[in-house]
Design a binder for this molecule. Structure first.
Ligand code: ZN
Ligand code: ZN
Length: 174
């Protein structure tokens, strides 16, 4: 996975894994691979628990009360992930930056990826562009990458669901 300037793939992977938590190391590995991550080592139960902790920290950032709290929480995550960035190349990718030490287990890679990707996303697109779906019983976290920055639902499905419900509510009172 290449971190683009807005961290989009990384923040989307965090949302995907947070909304539907992987139940095993194998599932974690499969879903990371499907998202384009190159896995350097065997994925273990440690990676699973480390990534669950990273996802918990990430969800606190989603649910932060305001921009300052959001920045503080994210800065704490970045501090924990801290390593100097380095130029790296692996087969098929070409040269790019890694924000972590080499040869890290997947759990640590994900922790750093979520922190850096989310920081790039918020700094690049706006601090408010991380929230939960407005359909109450959905409540999925998502990164708002829309043009306007006013995305209210996690998916078209939820947007439609809410439109139908609002329409019904309107017709019920008349
Ligand atoms: Zn790489
Ligand atoms: Zn939703």
């Amino acid at each position: 996975m290449l971190l683009n300037p807005y961290g989009e793939d990384a923040v989307n992977l965090a949302a995907d894994l947070a909304n539907r938590r992987p139940e095993s190391a194998v599932e974690l590995a499969d879903r990371c691979r499907a998202a384009g991550l190159t896995l350097e080592r065997r994925v273990t139960a440690d990676d699973l628990s480390r990534s669950q902790a990273a996802l918990n920290a990430w969800e606190r950032i989603v649910d932060a009360a305001g921009e300052q709290e959001r920045a503080d929480l994210l800065n704490r995550m970045l501090a924990e992930a801290a390593a100097y960035p380095r130029l790296t190349s692996h087969p098929g990718t070409g040269w790019h930056l890694h924000y972590r030490d080499a040869e890290q287990p997947l759990g640590s890679v994900l922790f750093t990826l979520f922190a850096v990707g989310t920081a790039l996303h918020l700094a690049g697109r706006g601090m408010h562009r991380l929230r939960r779906c407005e359909v109450i019983e959905c409540g999925r976290a998502f990164a708002d990458t829309s043009r306007t920055g006013r995305q209210r639902y996690c998916s078209h499905r939820c947007a439609n669901r809410d439109a139908v419900r609002r329409h019904r509510a309107r017709t019920a009172v008349t």
